[in-house]
Structures are given as C-alpha cells and as structure tokens.
Write a protein that binds this ligand. Sequence first.
Ligand SMILES: [Zn+2]
Length: 251
Amino acid sequence: MYLKQIEQLVVLQKVDDEIVLLQDDLKRAPQQITELEKRRQDIEDKAEIVRDKLKYLNDQQKRLDSEIESDSARLKKSKSKMMQVGNQKEYHAMMREMDNLEKQNRGREEEKITVAEELSRQNLELSEVNGLAKELDSELSIARQSLDARLKQAEGRLTELSSRRKDAGQAVPKPILQRYEFIRSRLKNPVIVPVAAGICSGCHIAIPPQAFIELQKGIQILSCPNCQRLIYWSEHIESETPPADDAVAAE
Ligand SMILES: [Zn+2]
C-alpha cells in the first residue's frame, strides 16, 4: 500500500517535471521572437540614420554643383567684361574677384570629392544594413512559424499530461494528494524526493536518524523536516531523474 502510493506520487512528480519544462518552454518561446523583433528594430533605426546621412550628402552634392555652376557663369561673364574695363583700378578689382571665384570653385571641387567618398561609404553601409535586415526578416518568419507549431504541440502535450496527472492522483489518498499540491504551490519543483544515505535530495541536508529509520520501514508518507518536501527511501523506488538543486520557496 505504502509503496504503491509512493510509486504513484513519483509518477505524478515525473508528469509535473514535464509540465514545468513545457511551461518554461512556452514562456520562453515568445521571448525569442521579442528579442529578434528588437534586433530588427535596432537595424531599422541604423538604416534610418544611414539614409538621413545619405540624404544630407546628396543635398551637399547638389548645393556644391549649383554653386560651382553659378560661380562659373559669373566667371565667364567677368572674363567677357574684361575687355571693356576702363581703368587700372577697376581692372585689378575685377582680377581679384575672378581669382576669388576660381579659388572658391577649386575648394568646392575638393569638397565634392570628399562628399563623393563619404557617399560611397554610406551606400556600402546601407547595403550591409539592408542585407542584415533581410536575414533577420527570414529568421523572424521562420521563428514565428515554428513558434506556432511548438505552441500547438505543447498545448496538446499539456492536455495529455493533465489527464495522466489525474490518473496518478487517483491512486493517492486525498490528504496526501493535498499535501503534494500544497508543497507544489509553495516550493520549487520537485515535490517528492528520494532520501539516499540519510540525505534529503531536495535540500541536501541530513534528516534525523530516527526519521530515516521510520522512512526505511515504509509505513507512512513522511516529509523532510528541513524543506518540507515529501520523501521516500531511495532503495524503495528506482529513481532515473536527478533531484533538484535547492529548496528555495516559491513566493
Ligand atoms: Zn529536504
């Protein structure tokens, strides 16, 4: 009788282990999408910055072109007027002005080269960013599809598990089942743990020798005096799953 109950509790524990894993997985799955979406947004922001730079550089280029053009026209006009200049003073003033115009346009030509270099750098950057965006888009669409599939699968498995849970629960007396559920609501998984060589595998603390003797008798379902988990002697049932690491209470 005792062993049967312990056995069923261990089955219940195994089902609950899987439920916990599945629920964790279900919780994490959308987070992966959120993360990808955030990375996608970062790339979009970066692309926006590069596009702004490109727009500025193109405007610069246009401005330089139109300034060069208008000063060239002025220069041409001045050259044609040179012949009609009356005196020396006027002639020198005109020469100075033409010198100035030429100098300014030379400066602009140099600036144009710098702008063109920067333009090609930024265009390269943009195409890299666009490539990354494309990669992430396909990663995202795959992730979304697989999330849907995983959610469906997990829901199905959870339904299955909850019916297996019911079956296992039926073989356990109600007060013990209630104790199990109570511990489950208060402590981190697992609820029922083996005691090997007098050590509770839920909290890794030795149980009192008298309690260990009682446990080995296998008459009554006992709790660990330290972590309150249900305990059984490891020799009574073969355990395949390693026990939990700590005994932190779930708030
Ligand atoms: Zn314990």
